[in-house]
Design a protein around this ligand. Structure first.
Ligand SMILES: NC(=O)c1ccc[n+]([C@@H]2O[C@H](COP(=O)([O-])OP(=O)(O)OC[C@H]3O[C@@H](n4cnc5c(N)ncnc54)[C@H](OP(=O)(O)O)[C@@H]3O)[C@@H](O)[C@H]2O)c1
Length: 299
């Protein structure tokens, strides 16, 4: 398969490198990263060790032909701009898979591309961008792929991901799964970013009480928008993720520490947007969104 990874930073570089073993892969990244990869190969450390000689470019002007699929791995605040570039180059018939976190990527992509050409991927693989040319594969995880509209191509994607070594399944309800992952992130990420604490600190009663309130409010919003998500099941999942990632720094905290923008608008901010549409109380998510934005300013 011809695959273009748009926005190869941490996660895009990992997927692109491993997919390149059996596919014709090009990474589109920032200039320094692309130049280092062209010169020395892409170096993966940690759970995957090796040097991957994968094609890398820093502008779509350098891409010839048309890929079978584009995997979008920019942060969600860059999705609209990325899709605009994709459509300008390849037209609206191109297949696109968002392998991102956040709830608003699908609607941003849909502004330009028909729903039956869009795929969604969710992964708990964990990566950190170390420096241009080098990425740390910090933790292995599970990946699910799906399509908002029935589409057999998702099977091809699953096979390629599996061949590349990713533990991958097809989701029968990718939108529901996207919401579940976002609710977990909504419960964990802002608090860890605001207080600069490891995920495991959220087990303390005083913090876990807040986690429960965020979870309850977020589930209420998800249900109002038609999703079949139960609070008891969700809070158990949140508890399990806090336990299994107790030593980790959330991605939002990492962004704050690197003085980078966070994906708060696509997670808690988006839950607020949907909640308001259905007349739901979104006090918790709204406050967290504001507090994280304040942290972005004062880092
Ligand atoms: N890292 C993980 O372990 C992980 C796991 C699961 C899901 N995710 C999700 O995957 C998405 C990406 O996360 P990440 O950690 O891989 O982020 P990242 O390291 O910041 O990677 C995104 C890269 O895309 C680049 N980029 C943005 N616009 C571009 C453009 N027009 N042309 C070329 N490059 C462009 C960014 O450059 P600049 O920084 O210079 O803008 C950055 O290097 C997020 O939604 C995240 O939540 C990440």
């Amino acid at each position: 398969m011809r695959i273009l990874v748009f926005g190869a930073g941490a996660i895009g570089s990992l997927f692109g490198a491993k997919l390149s073993l059996y596919n014709d892969v090009t990474l589109l990244s920032r200039k320094e990263h692309a130049e280092s990869i062209k010169k020395n190969g892409l170096i993966l450390r940690g759970k995957t060790e090796g040097v991957y000689h994968v094609d890398a470019i820093h502008t779509l002007d350098h891409y010839t032909g048309k890929p079978d699929m584009i995997i979008i791995t920019v942060k969600s605040y860059d999705t609209r701009e990325a899709i605009q570039e994709v459509v300008n180059k390849f037209g609206r018939e191109i297949r696109v898979m968002s392998l991102q976190n956040g709830l608003d990527n699908l609607e941003k992509i849909e502004e330009f591309i028909r729903r039956d050409r869009i795929f969604l991927g969710l992964t708990t693989e964990g990566c950190i961008f170390l420096k241009p040319g080098e990425v740390l594969h910090a933790g292995t995880g599970k990946t699910i792929v799906g399509s908002p509209e029935k589409n057999e191509f998702v099977h091809d994607v699953m096979h390629e991901f599996r061949k590349a070594g990713f533990d991958t399944e097809i989701s029968q309800d990718i939108i529901g799964d996207m919401w579940k992952k976002a609710i977990i992130n909504a419960c964990i990420n802002p608090l860890t970013a605001i207080f600069e604490i490891k995920n495991g600190e959220l087990k303390r009663e005083i913090l876990f009480d807040i986690v429960k309130d965020i979870c309850m409010e977020s589930v209420d919003v998800a249900r109002a928008s038609g999703l079949d998500i139960e609070f008891e099941e969700m809070i158990e999942e949140v508890r399990n993720v806090i336990e299994s990632t107790s030593e980790n720094l959330s991605s939002m905290l990492q962004s704050i520490r690197r003085k980078k923008k966070t994906e708060i608008d696509s997670i808690n901010g988006y839950i607020c947007k949907v909640g308001k549409k259905y007349g739901k109380d979104v006090k918790m998510n709204s406050l967290l969104t504001d507090l994280v934005k304040i942290r972005e300013v004062f880092t």
